[in-house]
Design a protein. Structure first.
Length: 153
């Protein structure tokens, strides 16, 4: 099941799998599916995605106009890197996912890793979602996932 913002720029894909307690989980960023379709456990992902850190750093003010510059700041400032780099689910292991709240927007900046760890390749995908819209999409996703878990219990 896909849960997205009205414009389709951001969202989640959650589907049950044949493996007990595991789900297919992918992000939708800039209308692109991010992550692989390998089964994942979602307990920590749902907790992490429900509590994005708020970052009030002026260097991120222009992220919408220059996502690459914002990503560079996140990668070079150790505190910001640690705060915004999410380890969400196994299906996203080959992706750098940075997410945070800034200026009333949930910001997601994601890029794939090459076969060599720490080497980023491909386009930098960015989504900027008003916090109210982000919360609505997240809440719908979490409710669906909770319903699936209750059915399998």
């Amino acid at each position: 099941m896909r849960f997205t913002t009205d414009d389709g720029q951001f969202g989640y894909l959650v589907e049950p799998t044949s493996y007990s307690g595991m789900y297919r989980f992918q992000l939708i960023v800039a209308r692109e599916l991010v992550g692989d379709d390998e089964p994942s456990f979602l307990e920590s992902a749902m907790g992490t995605l429900g509590r994005l850190p708020t970052v009030e750093d002026a260097r991120l003010d222009s992220a919408r106009n220059d996502p690459a510059a914002a990503m560079a700041v996140l990668q070079t400032d150790d505190d910001l890197h640690d705060m915004t780099t999410l380890s969400v689910a196994e299906s996203l292991d080959r992706w750098l996912v940075c997410a945070y709240i800034h200026d009333k927007q949930a910001v997601f900046l994601v890029q794939a890793y090459a076969d060599e760890e720490d080497v980023l390749v491909g386009p930098l995908l960015a989504a900027f979602v008003p916090v109210a819209d982000y919360t609505a999409v997240f809440d719908e996703t979490q409710a669906y996932w909770s319903e699936l878990r209750a059915r399998s219990a």
